[in-house]
Design a protein around this ligand. Structure first.
Ligand SMILES: Nc1nc2c(ncn2[C@@H]2O[C@H](COP(=O)(O)OP(=O)(O)OP(=O)(O)O)[C@@H](O)[C@H]2O)c(=O)[nH]1
Length: 206
């Protein structure tokens, strides 16, 4: 008996969503890799990496907006009150890709130093690492190197997708933003990551 609710309409993917900016995109393709399409057609998704379920870990300094980013993505909500994450939190988002069920496990980790030890025990086995920094706090961008190093201790660097995400754009002036973006793009290139500005956490989007 299937007791799961239907997959949300915006989680049914028949083509790749349009990217925010071409240069920030993983690649500029609008369609799936033929290997993925073929495997989906033949219902052989177990053979395309871990297609049925993927783990994403979200790391970064305290209060940069990791929880808000996940809540915007999963629940389309924004909470202006800060509640520190204790250790880790977890969300599961179900998709349907080319007719095949797919689940994304999102691990929200604590940025506070005292919880780092607990949080890092959940880093292992990630298919994607999202490193978040605050666009109005240059130190949080500098610290992304350390967050990445810690996350990669538990994962195979050649087999994991990296994303560098700038939050709190609404709190920086246009001039500050231009400077931070330049530094962030440099950092993203150094990490071989991608650096799309984040549309989800902006209170204006709510
Ligand atoms: N103005 C503004 N505030 C934001 C934005 N994103 C998050 N915040 C606020 O920043 C604070 C911290 O957000 P969280 O998402 O809890 O931060 P976190 O990175 O999960 O924090 P830790 O759990 O301590 O690691 C909260 O008060 C949020 O409301 C944003 O884009 N703009």
């Amino acid at each position: 008996m299937n007791i799961l609710a239907p997959v949300r309409r915006d989680r049914v993917l028949a083509e790749l969503p349009q990217c925010l900016r071409k240069e920030a995109a993983l690649h500029s393709n609008r369609t799936f890799h033929p290997r993925v399409s073929n495997a989906c057609q033949e219902q052989r998704t177990g053979t395309v990496g871990r297609f049925k379920i993927s783990k994403v870990i979200v790391v970064g300094d305290l209060s940069v907006g990791k929880t808000c980013l996940i809540n915007r993505f999963c629940k389309d909500t924004f909470d202006k009150n800060y509640k520190a994450t204790i250790g880790v939190d977890f969300e599961m988002e179900r998709f349907e890709v080319l007719g095949v069920p797919f689940s994304l496990q999102l691990w929200d980790t604590a940025g506070q130093e005292r919880f780092k030890c607990i949080a890092s025990t959940y880093y292992r086995g990630a298919q994607a690492i999202i490193i978040v920094f605050n666009l109005s706090d240059v130190a949080s961008l500098e610290h992304t190197r350390q967050w990445l190093a810690d996350a990669l201790k538990e994962n195979d660097p050649s087999n994991v997708l990296l994303f560098l995400v700038g939050s709190k754009k609404d709190l920086s002036t246009p001039a500050q933003y231009v400077l931070m973006e330049k530094d962030a793009v440099k950092m993203a290139q150094e990490m071989k990551a991608h650096c799309p500005p984040c549309p989800w956490t902006s209170p204006g989007v709510e």
